[in-house]
Design a protein around this ligand. Sequence first.
Ligand code: G16
Length: 542
Amino acid sequence: MDLAAVTEHSALHAKPAGLTLQYGTAGFRTKAEHLDHVMFRMGLLAVLRSKQTQSTIGVMVTASHNPEEDNGVKLVDPLGEMLAPAWEEHATCLANAEEQDVTRVLVDISEKEAVNLQQEAFVVIGRDTRPSSEKLSQSVIDGVTVLGGHFHDYGLLTTPQLHYMVYCRNTDGQYGKATIEGYYQKLSTAFVQLTKQASCSGEDYRSLKVDCANGIGALKLKEMQHYLAQGLSVQLFNDGTKGKLNHLCGADFVKSHQKPPHGMEMKPDERCCSFDGDADRIVYYYLGAEGHFHLIDGDKIATLISTFLKELLLEIGENLNIGVVQTAYANGSSTRYLEEVMKVPVYCTKTGVKHLHHKAQEFDIGVYFEANGHGTALFKKAVEMKIKQLAKELDNKKQKAAKMLENIIDLFNQAAGDAISDMLVIEAILVLKGLTVQQWDALYTDLPNRQLKVKVADRRVISTTDAERRAVTPPGLQEAIDALVKKYKLSRAFVRPSGTEDVVRVYAEADSQANADSLAQEVSLAVFKLAGGIGEEPQPRF
Ligand code: G16
């Protein structure tokens, strides 16, 4: 390691005095102007991780659903997964080191992790469409090269596309080709093969309206359109040509405000969906004939997918174990439906796809989705091999089911939740099952719910347990929540510090929207009072 060169370059990417950041739910996120030093240092760290794992490592420059002024960075591990927890700690340590300590921290990490410094390193980089992203990705490259690492800069990519590239590169192309064409080809071939097997193929299933949050999803869907040919025609809204990224649009806006994005023209009963800023989340929705907005979130997506997979497994007569993984935000009705009607085991983890992904890997087939629309399905390698074999051997009806499973495995991005891949999976399942968006929505009725944000001086005063369903600190907060929850029927509420924004998140559900709203508001007030709220007291505002 040329420590003198590191010191020299590090000084060009100086850390703002007094700034402390943490590798949170999905890496580092804050205002873009505070991130130059973090980017450079994550370039350094990616090289060490690459040397240690003897694999390609990914660095994605994005702040996903956050406002356009923010940015962020996360590292992608060899199988396209999120960075290992021990390395998240190293990342935090390195990002917060004072200038004179940067080289010492690098040496410490190398020693602790037994990094062979002679090993070659390779890092791939992707970025979203934020105005700040290009310059910040150059800082990552500076960090990579100063430690002698090799790199490939993919430029503009969705986050899940970068995860896909890393996975492909570390499996010698077995998962797919590590190019953008490779990604489009893999997904579109699987989609066309899968939907060919549908008995109904009405016009209704061919078109879909997509709100792209004014982000990278628009560019990538445009590129992909001709690969899908006649299979699916997508009409793009909020494609970045006019509006601001994530502003009044995108999956996060639609899910948390429970209303349509601005800029989308919706007619009753039309199938619509929204991506988030880096296209790793998707939610569906439609306007009912009565003009009401109906949201179909990650919970219902997980239900549709796991039901479909379970039916196919029954047809081929294979008793493989399927599990669904959710978080505390999952609507109570979805968990009940999955467990009681579908007889599928459901597990709850902390927020953050890294936690859900990990849990889902325990099953033959693990379907994981956060209610906000971030998720995918994972298939054990042995299961994939077996299904491929069955698709060749079984008799007619069973063979059709096995073939569908084979195609759907290829259609899922098995490295990360992916709005484009999930959209194609959902579109394929709807056409194969002959389901309208209304029939899908009618699988169960969501309990009315509300999410709010509260500003506090230091959100770290809130700590939680039981997969974030109970607050441990500050003292008295959980007791206050328990007392409030008792006032309402079918109610539940929890609070947790966000890992991507400087806020405390509040979730409440109850028997009516009015009750869910007032429970959320009362819990917000308790947070404000007991956890050091700043600014205006939360007011009823529904
Ligand atoms: C990220 C994570 C998600 C998480 C979301 C909100 O999403 O990848 O798993 O649900 O942040 O996290 P928090 O509530 O801690 O702020 P994205 O789409 O912004 O990358």
